[in-house]
Design a protein around this ligand. Structure first.
Ligand SMILES: Cc1cc2nc3c(=O)[nH]c(=O)nc-3n(C[C@H](O)[C@H](O)[C@H](O)COP(=O)(O)OP(=O)(O)OC[C@H]3O[C@@H](n4cnc5c(N)ncnc54)[C@H](O)[C@@H]3O)c2cc1C
Length: 406
């Protein structure tokens, strides 16, 4: 999502752009997400207000709303068939002991200037459209769901039709950094020749600006691995007995154990009237550590959580399942911008499993930096060179603790 979104945006601004993709477009996390576009991100605003103040939280919301608008703009501009649909998004809790935390998150979203609504009286479940008991919820209208794989594949085609170049099966294996802002960086490029089942000799390409849209930047001279942690999540798409009972919006619970992300999706991209599926993500854990249920697999945990909330008679069968991981930032905000203080190489990472709206806005952030417009509210908030020593040590300590217990 980052690579193609940034490429398409820079192309619109008149830059000559080439994309090198180690596998194929959309086959990374982007094609394995739950494809919700929202500025309401679980309990993020509590942390963002704490670490970046009310103004930082306002910027956080503004960037993500702009990201959603950017996706909508490209969907319209290139007539992309990706089931883009504006609907509401809710963060909810089913537990009394989480209501205070959710109230605090609601207050933080208000400080961020968001048009959120708090639901904590009466029958909250039916007010927000969920079929199980809910204690409280935060809601925001005019968010969106889509098919992220279809979107990014079609945006990539539009980028190529407009003169852009994409090399798939082509891995960047090294970046030789230039420290003179006027000269070019050199990249070692390995093209994997699937027919010959081997790699061709490495080639070299040069570029004035390089965006490492590879999660943690390859050639990570910036130490981002010390203040992000990789988290695995599992997703399952279920057919259901009664489609009229499918929840009509997007949902994510506040609690971690079990976490529960909910949306619906069409079974067929080409037929808007096709069967609707219930898409659930749950069972997340630190990458490399076992799923929370001990030896139980993440999929089993996701299945069990779905049955526990929707009831045994709701689900007809499992249609699809997939898993992927994303990086969690130490202080609640992604790292988007220069990887270090000495050269114009860029990264965008640490999306906290909310990278789709962030990615869509990343083109503007990086274009501003490439145009020497440093110091905007957007670039300052996400500055990838910020160092959170306290947060990094806390995160690393937790990770080392988890790894030792495996
Ligand atoms: C289960 C799950 C559900 C999610 N759901 C949502 C959601 O509903 N909404 C939301 O906003 N976010 C969601 N996210 C997060 C979101 O999907 C990610 O933040 C986002 O897709 C990251 O995009 P990306 O471009 O950084 O990564 P990717 O899509 O993984 O792209 C990175 C690309 O870099 C390529 N690459 C790596 N190394 C090299 C190299 N050396 N040379 C060339 N190419 C290379 C890879 O092949 C890959 O294609 C979810 C994440 C997970 C795990």
């Amino acid at each position: 999502m980052v690579g193609i979104s940034v490429a398409a945006y820079l192309q619109e601004q008149g830059k000559k752009v080439a994309v090198f993709e180690a596998k194929s477009i959309g086959q990374g996390v982007t094609g394995h997400s739950t494809a919700k576009l929202s500025s309401l991100h679980k309990d993020s605003y509590t942390d963002v207000v704490k670490n970046f103040g009310d103004d930082g939280a306002k910027t956080y919301a503004e960037v993500n709303e702009a990201g959603i608008d950017t996706v909508e703009r490209y969907v319209q501009k290139y007539k992309i068939n990706c089931e883009f649909k504006r609907i509401s998004n809710f963060t909810f809790t089913t537990r009394d002991d989480y209501v205070d935390k959710l109230t605090k998150e609601f207050e933080s979203t208000q400080k961020a200037g968001m048009k959120t609504t708090f639901y904590n009286t009466g029958d909250v479940s039916s007010q927000i459209g969920l079929p199980f008991p809910v204690k409280a919820a935060i809601g925001i209208e005019n968010q969106a769901q889509f098919n992220s794989y279809a979107y990014i594949s079609e945006l990539a085609k539009a980028f190529v039709n407009n003169g852009g170049v994409i090399y798939e099966d082509t891995r960047i294996s090294n970046v030789h950094e230039s420290f003179d802002s006027n000269s070019q960086h050199t990249l070692d490029v390995d093209h994997y020749n699937a027919n010959a089942n081997n790699k061709t000799n490495p080639l070299q390409v040069t570029a004035k600006h390089v965006v490492l849209a590879t999660h943690l930047p390859i050639a990570d001279r910036s130490g981002h691995f010390t203040f992000t942690k990789p988290m695995m999540s599992y997703v399952m798409a279920f057919s259901v007995h009664d489609q009229s009972k499918l929840p009509p919006h997007m949902y994510l619970n506040q609690e971690e154990n079990p976490s529960l992300s909910i949306r619906y999706a069409n079974k067929s991209l080409d037929d808007p009237n096709s069967e609707k599926l219930l898409v659930i993500s749950s069972g997340g854990h630190l990458t490399g550590a076992p799923p929370k249920g001990g030896n139980q697999s993440g999929y089993q945990e996701t299945f069990d959580n779905t049955v526990q909330h929707f009831g045994e008679n709701f689900i007809k069968g499992v249609e699809y399942k997939w898993s992927a991981m994303d990086y969690i930032p130490a202080d609640g905000v992604p790292y988007i911008g220069y990887i270090n203080r000495v050269s114009n190489i860029f990264t965008a990472t640490g999306f906290n499993k909310w990278g789709l709206s962030w990615s869509a806005a990343t083109g503007k952030i990086l274009h501003d930096l490439m145009s020497n417009k440093e110091g905007t509210e957007w670039t300052k908030l996400v500055d990838a060179r910020r160092w959170d020593l306290k947060g990094s040590i806390a995160e690393l300590t937790k990770i080392v603790g988890t790894v030792q217990n495996i």
